[in-house]
Design a protein around this ligand. Structure first.
Ligand code: NAD
Length: 268
């Protein structure tokens, strides 16, 4: 098995997919960025084009320079999935739904070359469940590569092997992350939410819960838990919103940001 990575296929052109694709292009890799073709639309690239366009305007900039985008080809799952055969690394970054990720992995297994590294950017779904149903050969080459938003700027990259992942694959992912992409790789156990999100969910929710139980509002809390105390301007609630508590697979009503917003409005 060779792990020389020159071409990457990024599957999913949402927030993370486009930004991972851009960062790979920044590092000199050739990139295919693919997403679903919209139903009932003539332009099958409409979704991927939307994501690609937003990525080019992202602030802070996702691309090191506009010309880097020339290393990126866009396409859709209907017409262009065969391009996955050319990829040395295939990274999945579609919606956080186990069944959809499993379905896509089945397609990747049928298409990817046998030496390709295959990974998922899931935020918290155990990787062994994403790989469920795949052959032992594919499972050996599969693991989690969890980037943080925005991937060009955030150093951490969680590397999550399953029990079936070959140690060589783990080493290849670590080399890729650290030497090619400039990330700091941390190996995690394959438990839900891995390390950072598991810790982060407590760190984020504790002040939020305290605030509401003691009658503080969203704006007040963000005003005193942001730059004033040396924390990022996303503070408490803006951070929770940005990392997507609302879009996690099964948010409990009391932990979703929209619940807080509704409650806050009702209280004020
Ligand atoms: P997103 O909603 O912005 O994008 C998801 C993409 O998946 C969309 O482009 C969509 O067209 C595509 N998609 C939708 N349905 C699909 C289907 N049936 N088959 C294939 N593709 C489909 O999501 P995101 O925030 O980019 O998250 C992508 C992955 O990265 C998730 O697993 C998420 O947990 C993870 N992640 C997100 C963040 C973050 O901060 N947003 C950070 C780290 C990891």
């Amino acid at each position: 098995m060779t792990h020389r990575i020159r071409r990457v296929a990024v599957l999913g052109a949402g927030t993370m997919g486009v930004a991972i694709a851009a960062h790979c292009a920044n590092a000199g890799l050739e990139v295919d960025l693919l997403d679903v073709a919209p139903e009932g639309e003539e332009d099958k690239n409409k979704i991927v084009e939307g994501g690609f366009g937003r990525m080019k305007k992202a602030r802070p900039a996702a691309l090191m320079s506009p010309s880097v985008a020339e290393r990126m080809r866009i396409g859709n799952f209907d017409d262009d999935f065969e391009r996955v055969t050319e990829a040395d690394w295939i990274v999945e970054a579609i919606v956080e739904k186990p069944d959809l990720k499993q379905g896509l992995m089945q397609r990747v297994e049928a298409t990817a070359k046998k030496s390709a590294l295959i990974s998922s950017n899931t935020s918290g779904i155990p990787l062994h469940s994403v790989a469920e149903g795949r052959s032992q050969g594919s499972k050996k080459r599969f693991l989690g590569t969890h980037f943080f938003n925005p991937p060009r700027y955030l150093k951490l990259m969680e590397i999550i092997p399953t029990e079936d992942t070959d140690p060589e694959t783990v080493e290849a992912a670590r080399n890729l992350g650290e030497r090619v992409l400039g990330k700091g790789g941390v190996i995690c156990k394959d438990t839900p939410n891995f390390i950072a999100n598991r810790l982060g969910s407590f760190a984020g929710m504790q002040p939020a819960t305290y605030a509401f139980e003691n009658g503080y509002g969203i704006e007040e809390v963000d005003a005193i838990t942001g730059p004033l105390i040396g924390h990022p301007k996303t503070a408490t609630f803006r951070l929770n919103e940005q990392v997507g508590l609302d879009t996690s697979p099964s948010p409990s009503p009391r932990t979703s940001t929209s619940w807080y917003r509704r409650t806050s409005r009702a209280r004020s």
